[in-house]
Design a protein around this ligand. Structure first.
Ligand code: PHB
Length: 386
């Protein structure tokens, strides 16, 4: 009887391990994105792009099925540490993907660094994430706040601007974007006569627009995104400023926003690592697949979500699905050329894309490519020791 039981137990154990071998555990992805608030549309586009790439991989990565655990981070840095700790400690995710807001991403990077959890940032540009906080397990598929801003500083000079006013939300992304613009603009002899800002996610622009009108700079440089960008562009035009003072921005100002901005955005110049009319076979295929799947046009956020999944797929394939092999994962991603709709790119040593920054101009419902503002621009990765 006893012997029989042992045999049975052994058989059960063998069956269990056999079935384990056949169907590896699901790969758990913690998606921490804004699904409400001024950046809600950005979070949705990132998730759409991410899922599209996973679908193109057959719905699995390295043979493992995918399970998503989703958190709405509300672009609220004060809730970010709790949110990310739940994903890591309660849900035991294999990888974190997020977020949009720089303050939230910094909290995610801190937890990722402390716990060794893999993190792929599909938007937030916080310079520090691939600067002083850089780590072997942290990757970014998007940009640093410095990159598009620095390029626009050069563009503004080339267009003959000497005096600029800046306006943005007062938080890491806005501050760093203005700083990047300032670096290039002052280097070439430009002068910033005033930095204007308001608390995130406020949209009470009137007093600030009145101040711009009285300062009469040659140009205004701005960082706004999502719902705030829609309102800012409309208010700037309604205040009569669009006719007299060119409005330049990091491309988020007009990306994913053109339907809502309408004619008020027409003609605006921005710099970004994506444009709507690249016309490459790679981008055309991506845009067609995205439009078919989601019945809407992709934007830069969709591209960044798509490329976050490409980075994960490359790393996962290299470690045959075992994401605990951090060094092998990193080394595969570091060697890879990411076949992005924006154009192929590689990651810098600090794990931020080295990429072309495009000058675009709004024409109808598109951010049309004008030229390459800076080719192969790498973030300086200040403070990164890796
Ligand atoms: C950021 O907080 O880093 C951020 C947010 C929205 C954008 C770009 C950057 O479109």
């Amino acid at each position: 009887m006893k012997a029989h039981r042992i045999t049975l137990l052994a058989a059960c154990a063998m069956a269990a391990s056999l079935s384990l071998a056949q169907t590896p555990a699901k790969l758990k992805i913690g998606l921490m994105l804004p699904y409400t608030g001024t950046y809600a549309a950005l979070g949705i586009a990132i998730e759409n792009g991410f899922r599209l790439q996973i679908a193109e991989q057959g719905g699995k990565l390295a043979g493992r099925e995918i399970e998503f655990v989703k958190v709405d981070d509300e672009s609220d840095p004060s809730k970010a540490t709790d949110n990310v700790n739940k994903l890591v400690k309660r849900d035991n995710v294999d990888v974190l993907v997020g977020s949009v807001h720089s303050g939230v991403a910094m909290a995610m990077a801190k937890v990722a660094k402390d716990t060794g959890t893999l993190l792929i940032v599909p938007n937030a540009g916080a310079d520090i994430v691939t600067g002083a906080m850089c780590a072997p397990n942290i990757f970014r598929s998007s940009f640093s706040n410095w990159q598009p801003a620095y390029a626009m500083g050069e563009v503004a000079l080339k267009k003959g601007a000497k005096k600029a006013v800046t306006i943005t939300h007062k938080y890491a992304a806005g501050d760093e974007s203005v700083k990047g613009f300032r670096e290039a603009f002052e280097k070439g002899g430009g002068q910033i006569v005033k930095d204007l800002s308001l608390p995130f996610p406020g949209v009470e622009f009137q007093a600030l627009l009145t101040e711009i009108a009285s300062l009469k700079p040659d140009v205004v440089y701005t960082f706004f995104a999502g719902g705030a960008a829609v309102k800012f562009v409309k208010d700037y035009s309604a205040a009569g400023l669009k006719k007299s003072i060119p409005l330049y921005g990091a491309g988020f100002l007009t990306d994913g926003t053109l339907d809502a901005q309408g004619a008020d955005a027409d003609g605006l110049f921005t710099t970004l690592h994506y444009a709507d009319s690249l016309g490459t076979p790679r981008d055309n295929a991506f845009r067609l697949a995205y439009a078919k799947t989601y019945k809407m046009q992709p934007d830069v956020y969709a591209v960044q979500g798509y490329d976050a999944a490409q980075i994960l797929a490359i790393g996962a394939a290299a470690v045959k699905g075992d994401l605990s092999k951090k060094a092998e994962f990193a080394s595969a991603v570091e060697k890879a050329k990411i076949d992005s709709p924006r154009g192929p790119f590689m990651l810098s040593k600090a794990h931020n894309p080295v990429q072309d920054i495009y000058l675009r101009q709004v024409t109808g419902k598109e951010n049309k490519l004008v030229s390459i503002a800076i080719k192969g621009l790498a973030d300086p990765a200040r403070g990164c020791k890796m």
